[in-house]
Ligand binder design. Structure first.
Ligand code: NAD
Length: 307
């Protein structure tokens, strides 16, 4: 039986991923390690909590002793690392938390995985690993920075993060890359655009706007609302991660996006229309510092190479 350690599985994308994997691969065992911060909610997993192939462990990815214990107790084949502080606004208020969780946390899990997967863990030159193991880092298109009116992010686009959140994710990507280059660790990195769908914490744009519409509250829009994002349904992102986990060429980065660019203001107007509310609810507020203007993903590599 293949065992996958999913970190941050009580959050938005991780919970959707666990459900997709248990459904697609009923013979896999999923271990969900989550610290249950404000963003983690076990309600997201209530439909599958009694599945015999699902195990939940409350732990912080920065806790090396605990992560090591988990690797010792279970024969883990793959890690899919979702655990992160994920909200850009919070990263402006509390950057250090983002650096410790997103960078150090990733390095701790990588390091423990290396120790358990490497065939000669005490030999620093050994680049051989147990068969079938892989560490998949779930990253974001935000590591590339902002685009002007044209162009798209390719996997070769230089990293140019603008917020403490995206800088922490870019740093984690660098560490994952370094473990591959230096130690030969089998890794992949996925960089996806903005997700929408069930279980998203209501501080993010779409659930926030839906909630406020339901309560006839103001709909706060940063600046002119013309920030463009490439929106993808969370189930498509999860499906892409499953594909990269199984078919991704070791050491490679894959961008994930759905060619679906929309301005924030247009998303909000669509929600208002769908919910039968009035655009008078819209309130433009001061833009946040370092707010990226446009993201767009070139998904040629994953679509042509992995189908
Ligand atoms: P989320 O905030 O909804 O969930 C994060 C989860 O990680 C929560 O369950 C939280 O409890 C857990 N967590 C936080 N710190 C932890 C720690 N120290 N140890 C263990 N668990 C911890 O985030 P999300 O939107 O589901 O994003 C998941 C991943 O996908 C993140 O790495 C994010 O950078 C990436 N991503 C998100 C999007 C998006 O649109 N939401 C797009 C691309 C990539």
């Amino acid at each position: 039986m293949k065992t996958i350690l999913v970190t941050g599985g009580a959050g938005f994308i991780g919970s959707n991923f666990i459900k997709l994997m248990l459904n697609r691969h009923p013979d896999y065992r999923i271990i969900n390690v989550d610290a249950l911060t404000y963003a983690g909610n076990l309600e997201n997993l209530k439909d599958i909590k009694d599945n015999p192939n699902y195990i939940f462990i409350k732990a912080d990815i920065r806790d090396r002793v605990k992560i090591d214990e988990i690797f010792t107790s279970y024969d883990i084949d793959n890690v899919v690392n979702f655990a992160a502080e994920s909200h850009v606004d919070r990263s402006i208020v509390e950057p250090e938390l983002f650096l410790t969780t997103n960078i150090i946390g990733t390095q701790v899990v990588l390091d423990v995985a290396k120790k358990h997967w490497n065939l000669k863990p005490n030999d620093k030159y050994c680049r051989e690993y147990k068969s079938g193991v892989k560490f998949l880092q779930v990253s974001t298109d935000e590591v590339y920075g902002a685009l002007g009116a044209t162009g798209m992010f390719k996997e070769t686009t230089p990293l140019m993060p603008n917020s403490p959140y995206s800088a922490s994710k870019a740093s984690a990507d660098m560490i994952v890359r370094a473990y591959h280059e230096t130690f030969g660790m089998p890794v992949n990195i996925t960089r996806c655009s903005n997700n929408y769908g069930p279980n998203q914490f209501p501080e993010k744009l779409i659930p926030l706007m839906i909630n406020n519409c339901l309560k006839d509250k103001d709909l706060p829009i940063y600046g002119d609302g013309m920030q463009i994002r490439d929106w993808l349904h969370v189930s498509d992102h999860c499906s892409a991660i499953d594909t990269v986990l199984h078919k991704g060429v070791v050491g490679e980065v894959y961008n994930v996006g759905g060619n679906n660019e929309k301005a924030n203001i247009d998303i909000v107007k669509l929600i208002i229309k769908t919910m039968g509310k009035s655009e008078t609810l819209i309130k433009h507020i001061k833009d946040r510092p370092g707010h990226d203007r446009r993201y767009a993903i070139d998904n040629t590599k994953i679509t042509t190479q992995l189908g």
